[in-house]
Design a protein around this ligand. Structure first.
Ligand code: IMP
Ligand code: MG
Length: 176
């Protein structure tokens, strides 16, 4: 059990299981991306730890960059998510893999994917560590997902509660 600010969290997914699920996801990417030299784009801040562990399991040549997008809070699902830190690579004819920590409503990815497609990418796929299928609000094609979880708030392994808790190697769920 851990405490972050005003909330208590309990152990939810152990690091060993996270590692196994990332290996399985990496196997799928390794099968699909040989000879394609894709550009992986890690979505800051939450995906930094997942991206670091994922790329160490990839056997194909690739590049990785990181991008940061403004929160969509207060915006409609059709609203544009702004790029705060961008990608300085030519995306034309590139295969892009967006590396995300967790897909909740799906609104962030729903807004970002078309922005990359508009820059001429050959393909844009999503590789996410976690997904809450019960909370998805938009039509989103998530080709690579390591783990599905129920509608609970979690922290650790890159994910935060109010900016804190990203450092834990395991994932914790909020205790009500
Ligand atoms: P979406 O646009 O609703 O899919 O939001 C996805 C983003 O919300 C993720 O990249 C996370 O930064 C954040 N998020 C969603 N669920 C959680 C959670 O349970 N814990 C921590 N952050 C979360
Ligand atoms: Mg995120």
């Amino acid at each position: 059990m851990i405490t972050i600010k005003d909330k208590k969290f309990e152990l939810f997914i152990q690091h060993k299981q996270i590692e196994e699920k990332i290996s399985m996801l990496a196997d799928k990417l390794n099968a699909d991306y040989q000879e394609r030299n894709p550009l992986l784009i890690g979505v800051l801040n939450g995906a930094f730890m997942f991206a670091a562990d994922l790329v160490r399991k990839l056997t194909f040549s690739h590049e990785i960059q990181f991008a940061k997008f403004s929160s969509y809070e207060g915006m409609e699902s059709t609203g544009k998510v702004k790029e705060l830190i961008g990608v300085n690579a030519v995306l034309k004819e590139r295969d892009i893999i967006l590396v995300e920590d967790i897909i909740d409503t799906g609104i962030t990815m729903h807004n970002i994917v078309p922005q990359f497609k508009a820059q001429g990418a050959r393909s844009v796929e999503i590789a996410t560590l976690l997904m809450k299928p019960g909370k998805l609000q938009v039509d989103l094609d998530v080709k690579y997902c390591a783990m599905e979880i129920p509608n609970e708030f979690i922290v650790g392994y890159g994910l935060d509660y109010d900016g804190q808790g990203r450092n834990y190697k395991d994932i914790y769920v909020v205790k009500n």
